[in-house]
Design a protein around this ligand. Structure first.
Ligand code: ADP
Ligand code: MG
Length: 356
């Protein structure tokens, strides 16, 4: 594992991974002499980083921490890596204490908390369903019996807690697809503080987290990633989008989405997409998956009951796209489309009239 990390680190330090300085928009009081960008792959997903610091050594050292933190998250949480902590947990003997890292237990705990908050629309225990639908392969439609067994194995009773220690009871299996990216982003951002607390923006597979800088994030059309439907001014925290545009499978002409409803075992209804802002990436990741399962009506109801979250639904309707947002998105969102719940539709219809 150490060799792997060292090799990855050397790879990332190759001159091609550093580009000419590009200044990030930063608060006036922050001393930022240079900016660097860096990119790579983790958990089978592309990531990129932009940070501005007072000196090149500081910028390089901070970017190195981000790089290593993302690689470490993969070794902790990947379902693809047989040796990851998560894969070892999935093979561990039920009922026996599993010695896990504090990060693993903290991340799983938070994901499990979102299961409770969303009444099971999000669940870290969806792995039996992910396998039944072969979401990591080419996809398949499980028989009614297989589905019933998989649903049974997703029972929340399969994960219990002894203080901060997760206990695997029964056949519980964790899938990190709905929270691993967020967890990795939080770890990278938080650990980078050891070298650098200034402007930084990290993008992991489309989920973005920023600190001390502002980025405008285009929110894609649910069916066409190349077309931005709205723009989100992100000046803190993290923005996650869940949708099916690129990751659904097709089996016997049936489209199977990669987000499942753990309460029914079926792929969630594909209504469009949902974008969620939270002050940390793990929460945004979990909640965007849950909101996709809940759909716009129930999702907006849940959003209204939560503090400090911002939500934008983009829904395909017979009359075209329908955008709905929580009112607290007001200062951050602009779109040429009316945004219900946010702006007067007449005003918003005028593209030259940006959100205040
Ligand atoms: P993406 O990875 O495209 O950002 P999400 O963050 O919404 O998408 O997570 C989808 C992944 O999470 C799936 O590929 C699967 O591994 C897992 N998953 C699917 N449905 C759920 C769910 N209801 N709760 C938690 N995880 C889920
Ligand atoms: Mg998610």
């Amino acid at each position: 594992m150490l060799t792997l990390l060292l090799n990855l680190a050397l790879l990332a330090l190759s001159p091609t991974s550093l580009q000419d300085p590009i200044l990030l928009p930063t608060p006036a009081e922050t001393a930022t002499a240079i900016s660097i960008t860096r990119e790579g792959m983790v958990m089978g997903t592309p990531w990129s980083l932009t940070l501005a610091a007072e000196s090149r050594p500081t910028a390089l050292a901070a970017s190195e921490i981000v790089f290593l933190a993302l690689a470490a998250s993969e070794l902790r949480l990947s379902n693809w890596n047989e040796d990851s902590e998560l894969s070892r947990w999935n093979r561990s003997i039920p009922g026996e204490p599993f010695a896990c890292s504090p990060s693993f237990s903290h991340e799983l705990r938070r994901a499990d908390t979102w299961r409770r908050i969303t009444s099971g629309a999000f669940s870290p225990l969806t792995e039996p369903l992910v396998r039944a639908w072969d979401l990591r392969g080419s996809g398949r439609v499980p028989s009614a019996r297989e589905l019933a067994q998989a649903l049974d194995a997703c029972s929340p009773a399969g994960l219990t807690w002894m203080e901060d220690q997760p206990i695997r009871s029964g056949a519980a299996l964790i899938a990190s697809g709905g929270f691993g990216k967020g967890a990795a982003l939080d770890a990278a951002l938080n650990l980078s503080v050891a070298e650098h607390s200034g402007p930084i923006s990290i993008n992991l597979g489309g989920q973005v987290i920023v600190r001390a800088c502002t980025e405008t994030v285009g929110i894609a059309h649910p069916q066409n990633r190349a077309q931005a439907i709205a723009y989100w001014r992100l000046d803190s925290g993290s923005l996650a989008t869940s949708g099916n545009s690129e990751r659904s499978k097709e089996v016997n002409d049936q489209k199977i989405g990669h987000i499942l409803d753990p309460r029914t075992g079926q792929p969630a209804l594909d209504f469009g997409s949902v974008t969620v802002w939270c002050d940390n990436a793990l929460d945004a990741d979990c909640l965007s998956t849950a909101m996709f399962v809940l759909g716009p009506d129930k999702g907006m109801q849940l959003a209204a009951s939560l503090k400090n979250v911002r939500v934008l639904f983009i829904e395909n309707t017979a009359d075209g796209l329908r955008l709905r947002a929580t009112p607290n998105c007001q200062p951050y969102l602009t779109s040429a489309h009316p945004i219900h719940g946010l702006l007067d539709p007449q005003e918003a219809h005028n593209p030259s009239h940006p959100a205040k």
